[in-house]
Design a binder for this molecule. Structure first.
Ligand code: ADP
Ligand code: MG
Length: 324
């Protein structure tokens, strides 16, 4: 199978919304009038972002999911994506499974593959997504204001819990490991929630490197600080997998570390004025995604995690940084 057969067999499909798809030197997109194009790239590198033996169908899903998560954080609607792929070999079965996982998620979001690049090399997947958002309505990191509530969607820390178990540092009952592993290997981008939060949230970010660091980006961009209630944060770890609660298996410090510094959650963290609580609840309901209020934006810079008595916790961990 040559390069062009590989592309034709696994990645070329009839175009839908795009003006021109795979096969020419450029793809052509046709965003609707009054819309801005939202663009983001994310790369997945073997050994760094995934294990060599990961299920290729899950990998196809995750490669696109982490990109859709960035569109979600901006409140954009997915349109199209490009796929730059380095492959050690043209393994037909691997490619079939990878593209199945990729296109299943793409189709669920009406996001079409319009181009890319394919080369031989160590396994490396780089996707660029394109979305559209009404001009001026994108959710940004810079809009948080003192007094706003701080929310997160879904559950946090499960991906870290799975990673700890897969690397042999903790033992998990099989059912709990399977559920946590789903969260690590098949994250759900909160695309509908992001769009519902347009005009409601004052700022947003997606959580890829850990809550502390990612919320830190919002705080710096907005020139504010925040206080997170520990007891609310700890509830973010899916407390009940098949009747087994994580809190019955692990101590609070470990769970808090998973929630606050674990990466790969691909949930949204966002802020909204207290007056918008009903609107936030309505947006969550519309999107079918639970949200939880975990703290407050404050004028004093930096991020504080406090216990029920309001005492600040001394934390011995931080978010992920590839070059730290
Ligand atoms: P060029 O030489 O102009 O860069 P290529 O020969 O690399 O073009 O690719 C041929 C066509 O196939 C282009 O339209 C490109 O966008 C598309 N393409 C290449 N790799 C992929 C891929 N992995 N997924 C989707 N489209 C791809
Ligand atoms: Mg090329």
């Amino acid at each position: 199978m040559g390069e062009f057969d590989l592309i034709a067999r696994h990645f070329k499909r009839p175009v839908r919304r795009a003006a021109l798809g795979v096969g020419d030197d450029c793809a052509l997109l046709a965003p609707r009038p009054g819309m801005q194009l939202a663009v983001s790239s994310d790369m997945l590198v073997e050994g760094r972002h995934f294990f060599a033996n990961v299920d290729p169908e899950d990998l196809g899903h995750k490669a696109l999911a982490v990109n859709l998560s960035d569109l979600a954080a901006c409140g954009a609607e997915p349109l199209a994506f490009t796929l730059a792929l380095a492959l050690p070999s043209a393994d037909d079965a691997w490619l079939a499974a990878f593209s199945r996982g990729l296109f299943a998620l793409a189709d669920a979001h009406g996001c079409e593959l319009v181009g890319g690049d394919t080369t031989r090399g160590p396994l490396n997947i780089c996707i660029t997504v394109f979305g559209e958002v009404p001009a001026g309505q994108a959710l940004l990191r810079s809009g948080a204001r003192a007094g706003d509530d701080l929310y997160v969607s879904g559950t946090l820390g499960d991906a870290r819990l799975a990673l700890e178990a897969l690397q042999g540092r903790v033992a998990l009952p099989p059912a709990l490991l399977a559920a946590a592993r789903q969260r690590l290997e098949r994250p759900t981008p909160r695309v509908a929630l992001g769009q519902q939060l347009r005009g409601v949230a004052s700022s947003a970010i997606d959580l890829s490197d850990g809550l502390l660091g990612d919320v830190g980006h919002v705080l710096r961009a907005s020139g504010v600080g925040a206080r997170i209630q520990m007891e609310n944060a700890i509830e973010c770890i899916a407390t009940n997998y098949y009747g087994v609660s994580a809190s019955s298996l692990f101590d609070q410090d470990f769970l808090l570390q998973c929630v606050l510094s674990g990466g790969d959650d691909y949930e949204l963290a966002f802020t909204a004025p207290a007056a918008a609580r009903a609107a936030v609840a309505a947006a969550a309901l519309q999107a079918g995604t639970a949200v939880r209020r975990i703290g407050q934006i404050e004028a004093a810079p930096s991020l504080r995690v406090v216990d029920a008595a309001g005492r600040e916790l001394a934390l011995a961990f931080s978010s992920f940084d590839h070059f730290a």
